[in-house]
Design a protein around this ligand. Structure first.
Ligand code: ZN
Ligand code: ZN
Ligand code: ZN
Length: 564
């Protein structure tokens, strides 16, 4: 069945398999199944709608409404969202049921849901598990001595990272997994001691490398397999390599940029496989690892059966339309930031930790059978935060569903209108970027509130910083640096300076959000194009657009060429 998207008008396919999935997740109350309709928006518009609810990287100063502690939060101050710190939110000192209310059958569901969301104190930032000395991490957990890492778990001494899992001393990275002592890396897996690497697995003690596997002691290399002592893709002896490396100086910002530019030039002439991924069975997507029967999905690891999944890691099964994050997450549909031993969640955001059967919920932990609830901990049979018996719950929810069918809300994720964030501060701006005028024209809000400038005793322009780390004095810690791109002021923290000195790297010239976007832009977009294999000419569907300079091979040709 081909449907026209209710937002952008583009035709999209709903397959029999999709319909089967929608039927399998449709909830049952009192023995009767309440079928979910097929989606009315195309997959991209659905993804944009979900992302427009998530502010993952912009933090503002905030204050806990209960204990008055000052702390960072993802909620812009002028929105006046009541917030609690982690300790207070999880404490016995309040009960989200006190915000409980009756559902009003004379009004639309989302309008009432928005009012409840605005009333119930939200977590200032979302961190899970045991976190030590890591107050500035968001959508992250189980981490120690880390700063500004997002979509990250099990990290120690990591700074400025997105998509970090089980890392130690990784700084400035995008998708660094199981890695240690890596800097300025994008999509690396089980790596150690890398500087400026991209798409590398099991590599160590190397710098400025791309698409390498199992390499050690390599410099400025692209597409090497199990290589050692390679310099600009030339095999050298150990002595020759050591001699050559004497002329290499990472500690100079100028030189660093030259090496980076050289790597980019080399990459343009390199042959790439049509997709990024390993150990896949019957999958279609990009940046996938250890997945089975997963379609139109990106950045997933250990996921089985699903479609339109993004950034699901550490285990997922039977998932459709989910943006983050997994960790044993099953049988769910249209969710963002959900997981940790949870199943059967629908149209929910930030719901996790042994949760199940939640529909239209926000910020729930360990909850079961709740509908339209906000900020609850270990709740059961609640509707709009009001407690019901099991029988009452099973009788009332179907009535609300019938009401939502009439209003056209049933089966739709929350509309953007009830997002708590300006479009430009959400993850939607990463994947579906809009300029201010266009965003407003499309009905999105624009957020002008900025993270306030740090305290400082002087401003140093990026271009006036010493070229080398050796010439960078301690007083840089009291100064604010003016980003060379955005002009925004940012600071270097003491542990960060210590790291740069320890590994001999220059301090950054751009503020961290700019660096985050720079790395993001190094990756392929979440978009497919038709193009021809550079070898056999066969048709391929790939995230490398036809106008890109890289040579792209179909999987067959790539395997024959690289592993012949
Ligand atoms: Zn659309
Ligand atoms: Zn507090
Ligand atoms: Zn081919």
């Amino acid at each position: 069945m081909i449907k026209d998207c209710g937002k952008c008008g583009v035709g999209f396919e709903v397959t029999d398999e999709d319909l089967q999935f929608y039927s399998s997740v449709s909830p049952v109350f009192g023995g009767k199944k309440y079928d979910l309709p097929a989606p009315t928006l195309c997959p991209d518009c659905r993804q944009q709608r979900r992302l427009a609810q998530c502010n993952e990287i912009n933090l503002y100063p905030g204050e806990c409404l209960m204990c008055k502690k000052k702390m960072p939060t993802c909620h812009a101050p002028h929105i006046k969202q009541p917030i609690y710190c982690r300790e207070c939110w999880h404490s016995e000192k309040w009960d989200a049921r006190s915000f409980g209310r009756d559902f009003d059958f004379n009004r639309p569901f989302f309008e009432q849901f928005y009012e409840l969301r605005k009333a119930v104190p939200a977590l200032a930032l979302n961190s899970q598990g045991e976190c030590v000395n890591s107050d500035y991490i968001h959508y992250a957990g189980w981490s120690k001595n880390s700063y500004l890492i997002m979509h990250a778990d099990y990290c120690e001494n990591c700074y400025y990272g997105y998509g970090f899992k089980k890392n130690l001393y990784c700084v400035d990275g995008f998708y660094n997994l199981h890695s240690e002592l890596c800097y300025d890396c994008v999509d690396i897996y089980k790596c150690y001691g890398l500087t400026c690497a991209q798409d590398c697995t099991a590599c160590a003690s190397s710098a400025f490398i791309r698409d390498c596997v199992g390499c050690n002691d390599c410099f400025l290399c692209v597409g090497q397999r199990n290589a050692r002592f390679c310099f600009e893709n030339q095999q050298l002896t150990q002595e020759e390599y050591k001699e050559k490396m004497k002329s290499v100086d990472f500690s100079s910002y100028k030189k660093y940029q030259e090496y980076k530019a050289r790597l980019n030039e080399m990459s343009k002439k390199h042959t790439f496989k049509e997709y990024h991924g390993t150990n896949l069975h019957n999958c279609f997507g990009d940046y996938l690892k250890n997945c089975k029967d997963l379609k139109y999905s990106f950045d997933c690891e250990d996921v089985e059966t699903g479609k339109y999944c993004y950034q699901i890691v550490l285990g997922g099964k039977s998932l459709y339309d989910v943006y983050q994050f997994g960790t044993n997450f099953q049988l769910s549909y249209e969710c963002t930031i959900c997981g940790v031993n949870s199943y059967h969640l629908m149209f929910s955001d930030n719901s996790m930790a042994d949760s199940s059967d939640l529909i239209y919920c926000w910020y729930m932990e360990g909850c079961k059978n709740c509908f339209g609830c906000v900020g609850m901990n270990h709740a059961k049979y609640c509707i709009f935060n009001k407690q019901y018996t099991e029988d009452e719950y099973n009788a009332l929810v179907p009535k609300i569903i019938e009401h939502m069918r009439k209003t056209g809300e049933w089966g739709e994720f929350w509309p953007y209108e009830i997002s708590l964030h300006g479009y430009n501060k959400t993850s939607a701006q990463m994947y579906y970027p809009l300029v201010r005028e266009e965003a407003i024209k499309q009905g999105f809000k624009w957020e002008d509130c900025e993270t306030p400038a740090p305290e400082f005793n002087k401003v140093v322009k990026a271009k006036d910083l010493p070229d080398k780390i050796q010439d960078t004095k301690d007083d840089i810690l009291n100064a604010a640096i003016e980003c060379e791109i955005t002009g925004k002021l940012f600071k270097i923290t003491a542990p960060e300076l210590q790291f740069y000195r320890r590994v001999g790297l220059p301090i950054p010239r751009r503020n961290w959000i700019q660096r985050h976007f720079d790395r993001f832009n190094q990756r392929n977009p979440r978009k497919f194009w038709e193009r021809n294999c550079g070898k056999c000419g066969g048709k391929i569907t790939t995230t490398y657009s036809p106008d890109r300079p890289e040579i792209v091979y179909c999987e067959n040709c790539y395997m024959k060429t690289v592993y012949n």
